[in-house]
Ligand binder design. Structure first.
Ligand code: PEP
Ligand code: MG
Length: 564
C-alpha cells in the first residue's frame, strides 16, 4: 500500500489510466556511427506505428462524433509528414550522432517553446498538437505503448503527475472512477471539483504505475493499493458498500430543517461551478448557493464567454433556485486556475501574483461584461455579487466604480437589471481580515474563504504536496483571524458567511456556532453530513467549547477540545 493524502472521500476500484506528460528523461549519450542506420529504422517504424494509431483513433472518433471532430487528427498526421519537422530530426541524428528519441525530443521542445511564446491562440493549440504527437512517437521509440487519451468506453482511475482544473473539465465523469496525482493539495480546485462530483481523489502519490494495472484508492485514508489480491479487493468493495449505505442513510434527514437541538437555525448553502453541482445541491436541500465559482464557465472553451451567454447561465441558475439566494463570485482566475486562451505571465509565486480581482481591475472590459450579465440576471431572483481576493479598501472602491459603470451602460441601453444589488467580498487575504472593520463599512456582506485564508495566514501553498501537513485550518492563528473577522462584521451589522472547505468540515461546526456564524456554504456532498452534526449539536454547548478553543495554544489542543 502506498500512502498519499486524502483529498476527496470514497473508494474506487478499477484499472489505472496513466496520463502521460511531456517530460522524457532520455540519456543524451552520443551513438556510434554504425548505429545510425538502426536509429533511422527505429524512427521510421515509430512514425509508421504512430500514423496507424492516429488513423484508427480518427476513424473511431468520426464514427462517434462525426467527421468535423476527427479533423484534429489530420493535423497530427500532417506533423508526422511535415518535412521541416522531420528534416530537423534527421539533421540532429546525422550531425550530432544522437539517438532518434533524443532528436525527436529536442525538435518537439523547440517547436513547442516557439509556438508557446506567440501570443496567438491558434499557434498555442498547435503546440499542444505537437506535444501530443511527440508523446505518441516517443512512446514507440522507447517501447512503451500506453495510449495518450483515457478510454472513452471503459471506467478508469486516472493517474497523473498533476491534473489541472481545465484538464479535469475535459474528462467524462461517467468513466472516471477516481484520481491519483503526485502534485496537489486538499483545497486545490481539482480536489474541490472531485469532491463536488463525488469522485475519490488521493494526491502526494509518487510511485510508478502502468496503464491497465488494477488499483484501489481510498479517498478517506489517502491510501493507494497497486495490483491488490482478491481478498483485498473484496475487503474494499465491502468498505465501499458500507460507505454508500452511510450516505444513503443521511438521505433521511433531507427534509428536516437545519436547526440545532436548542433551536438555532443555520443556512447550509452550496458551492457550485456547474448546473450539475446545482442539481445535486438542490437534491440535498441546499438553502441557496453561497458561492458560484464562475471561472468554470470560462474554462474548456477557446474564447471569453459573451455577456448574453453569461446572462443566460446566471438567469437559469437563478430560476432553478426558485427564490433561494445566489451569490455569484466574479472571475477568480490565476493561481491554479488558468484559461488556455487568456495567457497570463509566468510567475515565480502565482498564488501571490496576478490573480482574481487584480486581473479584473486590469481587464475592466472583461470585468464589466461579467458584472452586466450578473446585474441583468438579478431581475430573476435574489442575486448578490461577490468579489474575490480583495485586500484593501481602494481595491474594493475601484471594483465599485466598474460596477457603477456597468449599471450606467445598462441604464443607457434601457436594459432591465437589479439596481440595488448586494455586494460582498471574500475575506481570504490576511490584510482583508485585519481591516475587516474598515471593509465592513463599505459592503453588504462578507464571505470567509478559508482555503486561501489558511494558505496566506500560514504561508503554506495550498497546492504544494510537500507541505500539505502544514496546511492546518485548526491553527490558533486561523481561529484568531476568524474571530477577528466575524466580530468586525457583527459590530458593523453585516452578515458573515463561510464558503471555504472548512465550512463543510463537520469538525469545524462548533467553531461556527461558537462564533455566531449561521451561514455556511459547502460542496453539495458535505451538506448532509454537516446537517446531521448540526441536528445533534447545541449552540450553547458549542459556545462553551469555542471559549476553550480560544484558550488553546496548539492545534493539537484545539483538535482535542473539538473531539477529533
Ligand atoms: C477560498 O479561498 O476559501 C474559496 C472559497 O475560494 P477558492 O477555493 O475558489 O479559491
Ligand atoms: Mg479563494
Amino acid at each position: 500500500m502506498v500512502k498519499g493524502s486524502a483529498a476527496a472521500s470514497g473508494i474506487a476500484v478499477g484499472k489505472a489510466f496513466v496520463l502521460p506528460d511531456w517530460e522524457w528523461d532520455v540519456p543524451e549519450n552520443v551513438i556510434d556511427v554504425s548505429d545510425l542506420a538502426f536509429e533511422f529504422e527505429k524512427l521510421h517504424e515509430g512514425i509508421r506505428l504512430s500514423k496507424t494509431e492516429i488513423e484508427a483513433i480518427k476513424n473511431d472518433i468520426a464514427d462517434v462524433l462525426g467527421v468535423k471532430e476527427s479533423n484534429i487528427f489530420d493535423a497530427h498526421l500532417a506533423i508526422l509528414e511535415d518535412p521541416v519537422f522531420m528534416n530537423e530530426v534527421a539533421a540532429i541524428m546525422q550531425r550530432q550522432y544522437k539517438a532518434a528519441e533524443v532528436a525527436v525530443k529536442e525538435v518537439v521542445d523547440k517547436f513547442v517553446n516557439m509556438f508557446d511564446l506567440l501570443d496567438d491562440e491558434y499557434m498555442k493549440e498547435r503546440a499542444l498538437d505537437i506535444k501530443d504527437v511527440g508523446t505518441r512517437l516517443m512512446k514507440h521509440l522507447l517501447g512503451t505503448m500506453e495510449p495518450s487519451q483515457p478510454p472513452a468506453d471503459q471506467p478508469y482511475i486516472l493517474v497523473a503527475k498533476e491534473l489541472t482544473p481545465s484538464q479535469f473539465a475535459h474528462l467524462d465523469p461517467a468513466q472516471l472512477l477516481g484520481i491519483v496525482t503526485t502534485l496537489g493539495g486538499t483545497t486545490s480546485h481539482t480536489a474541490i471539483m472531485a469532491r463536488a462530483m463525488g469522485i475519490p481523489f488521493v494526491f502526494g502519490f509518487d510511485t510508478t504505475v502502468q496503464t491497465g494495472e488494477l488499483l484501489i484508492i481510498d479517498g478517506d485514508e489517502g491510501d493507494v493499493l497497486i495490483q491488490p489480491d482478491e481478498p483485498t479487493v473484496e475487503h474494499y468493495l465491502e468498505k465501499k458498500r458500507t460507505w454508500l449505505e452511510r450516505r444513503q442513510k443521511l438521505q433521511q434527514i433531507i427534509g428536516l430543517p437545519p436547526i440545532t437541538q436548542d433551536g438555532r437555525a443555520v443556512r447550509l448553502g452550496a458551492n457550485i461551478s456547474t448546473f450539475k453541482d446545482l442539481e445535486l445541491a438542490l437534491s440535498y436541500g441546499a438553502s441557496g448557493v453561497g458561492l458560484f465559482r464562475t471561472e468554470f464557465l470560462y474554462m474548456d472553451r477557446s474564447s471569453l464567454p459573451k455577456e448574453d451567454e453569461q446572462f443566460e447561465v446566471y438567469r437559469q441558475v437563478t430560476e432553478k433556485l426558485g427564490g433561494k439566494s445566489l451569490i455569484i463570485r466574479t472571475l477568480d482566475i490565476g493561481g491554479d486556475k488558468l484559461l488556455d486562451y487568456l495567457p497570463l505571465p509566468e510567475e515565480d509565486n502565482p498564488a501571490l501574483g496576478y490573480r482574481a480581482i487584480r486581473i479584473l481591475l486590469d481587464r475592466r472590459d472583461l470585468f464589466k461584461t461579467q458584472l452586466k450579465a450578473i446585474l441583468r440576471a438579478g431581475v430573476y431572483g435574489d442575486v448578490k455579487i461577490l468579489y474575490p481576493m480583495i485586500s484593501s479598501v481602494e481595491e474594493l472602491r475601484r471594483a465599485g466604480e466598474v460596477l457603477e459603470q456597468a449599471k450606467r451602460e445598462l441604464r443607457e441601453l434601457g436594459a432591465e437589471f437589479r439596481e440595488q444589488v448586494d455586494v460582498g467580498i471574500m475575506i481570504e487575504v490576511p490584510a482583508a481580515a485585519v481591516i475587516a472593520d474598515l471593509l465592513a463599512q463599505e459592503v453588504q456582506f462578507f464571505s470567509i474563504g478559508t482555503n486561501d485564508l489558511v494558505q496566506y495566514v500560514l504561508t503554506v501553498d495550498r497546492m504544494n504536496e510537500h507541505i500539505a501537513h502544514l496546511y492546518n485550518p485548526y491553527h490558533p492563528a486561523i481561529i484568531r483571524m476568524l474571530k477577528h473577522t466575524v466580530e468586525a462584521a457583527q459590530r458593523h451589522g453585516i452578515p458573515v458567511g463561510v464558503c471555504g472547505e472548512l465550512a463543510g468540515d463537520v469538525n469545524a461546526l462548533p467553531i461556527w456556532l461558537g462564533l455566531g456564524v449561521h451561514d455556511l456554504s459547502m460542496s453539495a456532498h458535505s451538506i448532509l453530513p454537516v446537517k446531521n452534526r448540526l441536528l445533534e449539536s447545541s449552540e450553547a454547548v458549542c459556545r462553551d467549547q469555542f471559549e476553550r478553543v480560544l484558550a488553546c495554544r496548539t492545534s493539537e489542543e484545539i483538535r482535542a477540545v473539538l473531539g477529533f
